[in-house]
Unconditional design. Structure first.
Length: 504
């Protein structure tokens, strides 16, 4: 049985008689690890944190970039006695996660929340655009994409009672076009298209709802209805689905159809491009088909979910699916009711720049109260800049990193990252002594003392930190900085040694 007191010490850091405890409370304030290639960031501080979290009973989510991460986490779980808690979502495996089934789950009032589905899809699409450099801050494109997704989902729900990836994809591709751009005004060809089929089914469903409503009326209500000058508005005010169908009709026929071909194509491909990748195997079987065998909430019971779709093998679709699961997982973890007995959970991402989305900073700002211990590992700051908007990303990156309370800097040849570490530690007063000697007739000498502010840790010092391996006896060094608490007397930073063969 695990104890989850936030003041439980995970790591003891001892310096010349001064002992600092790095606790579960520090863990849930988030960790960022930087280090160049071969610096030991994953095998050093990363390994220690992973084994500590497992030993103390954390549940968690692991995202993967490299193919060997599955084997590494299997070894971690074996060393910590947590093998039975590891759930691997992978091609040919026994597990699947139907994301639409999960996100579309009924809330306490029994109403499916379309907004949740839209937010998931839009977050992944925008994260993908941001990484590729195609994201724009023009609110028109974001609003247009929102409207397409909303109305496609609403039409699916009205017609079929639920939304599926295939249905949304087909509807978006066959939505009405202007006649001069190849659109159809009617006829057999139009009637055979998925959009027309869905709209007809939706209209039939709403017509039946209207008929049932009218049949259930009292005589007084029926008289009121007959005397109403606008019976359509009367029905829409009382039947939400009738009103919803009206909105769907207006969007696709009066708004979306009238867009010029180039504008419509951009919006359409933003949406259908992502759906198309979801319809390909193995993604379709893992995320879109059949009943779920796992869910994010399993982590609250101590399970460790590893998404074995490494970006190095599955590229864009592997990244998109992991961003999607991560976002849904974050939403689920934030909804739980936390008390003093609540289990801490971790979010683990090596090469973390691959998995960032636009809501990460906001999410991380409240992760502590949800007992979520985020660990992001990356080589350097430019990786984050490149994946969060390029040259305009400075404040976004600073905002994001500011939400992570502990930062560990391993050996690095990147000047910007080393300057960031140096600035983070800050400056201190140093004493400079100088002596003057005069020999002109009489000999005289004098001593002067001055105090100057200088960097406590110079950027170039981080280049020479130990990087592990046999030449360093499996020891790697990292500059650890913790906000608000000392790691050694009068300082909240310290260069710490981590063993690459660490075992719990």
């Amino acid at each position: 049985m695990y104890a989850f007191d936030l003041d439980t010490s995970l790591i003891e850091i001892i310096t010349e008689g001064y002992k600092a405890d790095w606790t579960i409370r520090d863990a849930v304030e988030g960790v960022q690890i930087f280090g160049g290639i071969g610096s030991g960031k994953t095998s050093g501080s990363g390994r220690m944190l992973a084994l500590k979290y497992l030993k103390f009973g954390f549940g968690g989510l692991v995202l993967t970039v490299k193919p060997d991460e599955k084997k590494m986490w299997q070894e971690y779980c074996r060393l910590a006695g947590r093998e039975q808690d590891l759930i691997i979502l992978e091609r040919g495996g026994q597990h699947r996660f139907n994301f639409l089934e999960y996100v579309s789950a009924l809330d306490e009032d029994g109403i499916a929340i379309t907004e949740n589905i839209v937010q998931v899809l839009k977050t992944v699409i925008r994260a993908s655009e941001e990484k590729s450099g195609g994201k724009t801050d023009d609110p028109f494109w974001e609003s247009a994409l929102d409207m397409l997704i909303f109305n496609a989902i609403d039409l699916c729900t009205l017609a079929y009672g639920r939304a599926s990836v295939q249905q949304m994809y087909d509807i978006a591709l066959t939505a009405p076009k202007k006649p001069e751009e190849g659109g159809q005004q009617g006829g057999e060809d139009a009637e055979s298209k998925p959009f027309h089929i869905a709209f007809t089914l939706a209209q039939q469903a709403v017509d039946k709802e209207v008929d049932d409503f009218l049949e259930a009326m009292t005589d007084a209500e029926h008289e009121e209805y007959e005397q109403c000058p606008d019976q359509g508005t009367y029905l829409m005010e009382r039947l939400p689905n009738a009103r919803l169908l009206k909105f769907v009709d207006q969007f696709f026929v009066e708004t979306y159809r009238e867009l010029n071909d180039k504008t419509r194509s951009i919006i359409e491909f933003s949406f259908t491009g992502f759906l198309f990748r979801l319809l390909k195997e193995p993604i379709y079987s893992l995320f879109c088909n059949g009943a779920s065998t796992l869910k994010p909430d399993d982590c609250l019971e101590g399970k460790i979910i590893l998404i074995n779709l490494p970006v190095k093998l599955y590229h864009k679709v592997g990244r998109d699916c992991q961003v999607m699961f991560k976002y849904i997982w974050q939403q689920a973890m934030e909804k739980r009711q936390v008390n003093i007995k609540s289990r801490p959970i971790f979010l683990w991402a090596d090469e973390a720049q691959n998995f960032l989305h636009e809501h990460d900073a906001d999410y991380q700002a409240t992760a502590r109260s949800s007992r979520i211990a985020t660990v992001y590992i990356s080589q350097n700051l430019p990786n984050y800049h490149a994946n969060m908007g390029g040259v305009k990303s400075e404040f976004r990156v600073k905002s994001f990193l500011g939400t992570l309370g502990t930062k560990i800097f391993h050996a690095n040849a990147d000047l910007e990252t080393n300057r960031y570490a140096s600035d983070l530690v800050g400056e201190g007063w140093t004493q400079d002594d100088s002596r003057t000697v005069t020999v002109s007739g009489n000999y005289s000498s004098g001593k002067t003392t001055s105090y100057n502010l200088r960097k406590i840790i110079r950027p170039e010092q981080l280049v020479s930190l130990k990087t592990g391996g046999t030449e360093n006896k499996l020891v790697t060094e990292g500059l650890v900085h913790r906000q608000g608490k000392e790691l050694q007397a009068n300082f909240n930073h310290k260069i710490v040694r981590f063993r690459q063969d660490y075992k719990v």
